[in-house]
Design a protein around this ligand. Sequence first.
Ligand code: F6R
Length: 600
Amino acid sequence: MCGIVGYIGKKPAFPILLSGLKRLEYRGYDSFGFFISDKEKPFLFKKIGKISGFKQNFPNPSGEIGIAHTRWATTGQVTDVNAHPHFDCKKEIFLVHNGIIENYQFLKEKLIKEGHKFSSETDTEVLCHLIEKYFEGNLEEAVRKALREVKGAYGIAVVSKKDPEKIVVAKFSSPLLLGIGQEEFLVASDPAAVIAHTRQVINLDDNEIAVIKPDNFFILKEKPLETIEWKVEEAEKKGYPHFMLKEIMEQPESIENTLKGRLLTNEGMAKLGGLELIHDKLRKIKRLNIIACGTARHAALVGEYMLEEYAGIPTKVDSASEFRYRKPILDKDTAAIFVSQSGETADSLAALKEVKQKGILSLGIVNVVGSSIARETDAGVYLRVGPEIAVASTKATTSQIATLALLTLFLGRQKEMALVMGQRIARELAKIPELVKKILETDSQIKELSQKYKTFNNFMYIGRKYDYPTAREGAHKIKEIAYVHAEGCRGGELKHCELALIDEDFPTVAICPSNSVYEKMISNIEEIKARNGIVIAVATEGNEEIKNLADDVIYIPKTLEMLTPILSLIPLQLFAYHVGVLRGYNVDKPRNLAKSVTVE
Ligand code: F6R
């Protein structure tokens, strides 16, 4: 989620690191920092904000070895101190990190007892102190020993004043590559940062440690040299034509990050560190009010079904834009949950103000760390999906639903949810990233369908229960990026109005997985077919019967009913994306819309 660059060679490292970090900034980071290793004058600089927006002149350190980082905060607020590089007690070891150290609290407490002094709030800093603890003159050996104690994801680059002339790098579950140049080597989390210097790279594998020196490098095992074929702009999108497609495709990884360290499968529980401080208050809560806008509100609607069915808590979803202007009935037994990708949506912030004025407990489910909603709510849970650049929200949405499922476990198990039910939900949640990956593999089929349907100017999306919000979101996506009129409707409401719209020019996307409302959905599909309507069904793998009824079928794997929306949303996101592209639109920047809606 963060960006790393390192350089070792015969040129001053600083300008190379600076341009490398600028190449990574397209992803919208919140702070940056450098360490340049120079015997005479080592240079450490850390600052919040964007490098591109940094007005002061940088000093000009001359050292030829350096590491740099651009942070997208996950643990610890956005402050100069929390920016990377981090260092040990003696300021001899400097380190940049991309990823999440899941057991950092445990390690931190242990290291503090052993006498280590921490200066930041980050998970990363434990790595510096662990390396310090094991350092006996050889940096790679200390890194190897330190990493044995760590759980989580990391791509790291480390330098030490006591073992200079080298950068040690290591990776697990976070990308890291070596750039092999002429008498110079780079290390980076993203090809965009090295491509101006070399196209020859080695992608490190999990658990590998490499040592790069001014004149050579070694990895624990032999690796082939690869050539990057992308141009610089393509590299920023990791080779995808649009950020939206990149973000859709990132979902197995982004959902995994949301769940990482939070699922206690044996206990059938969720561990939500951000809610621990208000645990006692939460126990007393009798009602929930979820407040959000747009796509985030659709995720909230899925949460409403989950929290009522499995946690037994009466839950209401509000549009933030309406909340202030109606008379919400809130008492001290109610908690308000704000769901937002950006954490800056003006309507949601205004509603939060209202909630706070009434003295109601407020929680945030937010992606951007340190954003206004994250700061101003009493407690919360971060999505950890990394920067979302495309205006149309995709990976944040599926992680909002996954987070609401975690919250359902967290609250439900404190109320009446049985252990076996908790275990079942936790087990099924853990499988979701793999299932999402499987759906993404059917992209070419969805692209073909988009080609077939791209000229239709109206679409109906229908679903019931958990997949009613999915229907709303499917319609929302295609309106937003393909400028096609679409209605998102409850299957059962169709006959009360929208059925009047149906004819052979008004196709319906029917979300009908095999679940408790499947038969009812089949009746709705029959109602549409009886009016010459065209039906594209989103159904569960193995359902052959649906092929006799629907014109086209998109299959998704089986999961728990409450988790189905995470899966059924994926083909709808891809369908909207392809229709938008085929109609010739810039899907990353839809007309008239902005990523962060900071006006009411
Ligand atoms: C849809 C979309 C918008 C946002 C809405 C709320 O793809 O991007 O509908 O969901 O503006 O934004 P956040 O989640 O940042 O509060």
